[in-house]
Design a protein around this ligand. Structure first.
Ligand SMILES: [Zn+2]
Length: 311
């Protein structure tokens, strides 16, 4: 068995303007890091474009059509909201980002790989069914989760979100369905302002642990080790999807947590152990945030290295 890296050239064509933190240089930094010799044995797959059927499991058809219909002329940008921007290549990139997670789910469910990492942008976890936002257009990880339910017949799918922002879009999709599970650590206060521990879904299938600014390795590991991972273990997921944002890193400019690359590795290992106990090791991880290019490259490489080592 092996791991799999899923990408697509369209992720470089999602142009957000000159001063936007969620920029194509992020993908260039990730790809450069994964170009290192140690990753030469890692099989690579070009992401397919998500189908309308796959997207409309999460998003209403009129929303999908509206997003796909926003295609400004080359060089022009459309402001979707205060911080979400679309260019000529954005709709195709968002569609491939969701398709990458779907392809990752198919790969681990059919035994092509044990784990997969989708190096995608735009990110997805802030996208609500009918509302884009927070740099996100389609909720790629949720599209992957519902694909796993419908096509692969899974009864228990977990989404684990260690991005420094709360994935309120993913939570909204998971909340009413006890066959899904969502857990997040996130800085609070911070955008989008959701993610209170009191938000517990139905049957406790949502677990939120907000962390105050300045929290570091000890607080991050305690949140996961004591408050989230035991509940995830009890849920016994048949598949673990990761919203892998690396903006909790201490060097990230968009948040004020002091998490280190070693903490992401520690968490990845524990998540792989839980997946090993319940899901035959199946983990599909998708890139979300991470805005310091060096920290993003370092943490992503360490995360993928851990996925490879344990696959
Ligand atoms: Zn984030």
């Amino acid at each position: 068995m092996t791991s799999l890296l899923i990408g697509h050239p369209s992720f470089l064509d999602h142009d957000t303007g000159r001063h936007h933190p969620e920029r194509a240089d992020r993908m260039r930094a990730v790809l450069a890091a994964l170009d290192d010799e140690e990753f030469t044995g890692l099989p690579r797959l070009a992401a397919p474009s998500a189908t309308l059927e796959q997207l409309t499991r999460v998003h209403p058809q009129d929303y999908v059509e509206a997003i796909l219909g926003i295609r400004p002329p080359p060089g022009e940008l459309v402001q979707i909201d205060g911080d979400t921007i679309m260019s000529a290549g954005s709709a195709a990139a968002a569609r491939h980002a969701a398709g990458a997670v779907v392809a990752g789910v198919d790969a681990v469910m059919t035994g092509v790989a044990r784990t997969a990492f989708a190096a995608v942008r735009p990110p997805g976890h802030h996208a609500l069914p009918s509302v884009p936002g927070g740099f996100c257009l389609f909720n790629s990880v949720a599209v992957g989760a519902l694909h796993a339910q419908v096509v692969h017949g899974l009864e228990r799918v977990a989404i684990v979100d260690f991005d420094v922002h709360h994935g309120q879009g993913t939570q909204a999709i998971v909340e009413p369905d006890p066959r899904l599970f969502y857990a997040s650590t996130h800085q609070s206060p911070l955008y989008p302002g959701t993610g209170s521990p009191r938000e517990r879904g139905v049957a406790g299938n949502v677990v939120n642990v907000p962390l105050p600014p300045g929290s570091g390795s000890a607080e991050f590991r305690a949140a996961w080790g004591e408050r989230i991972l035991p509940v995830l273990d009890d849920f016994a997921p048949q598949l673990v999807l990761l919203s892998a944002g690396f903006d909790a890193h201490r060097r990230d400019p968009l948040a004020q947590l002091d998490v280190e690359t070693a903490d992401f590795v520690w968490l990845t290992e524990d998540l792989l152990s839980i997946a090993g106990r319940h899901a035959d090791g199946r983990v599909v991880s998708a890139l979300e945030g991470g805005y310091d290019l060096d920290a993003l490259a370092e943490a992503t490489a360490a995360h993928v290295r851990t996925l490879m080592r344990r696959s």
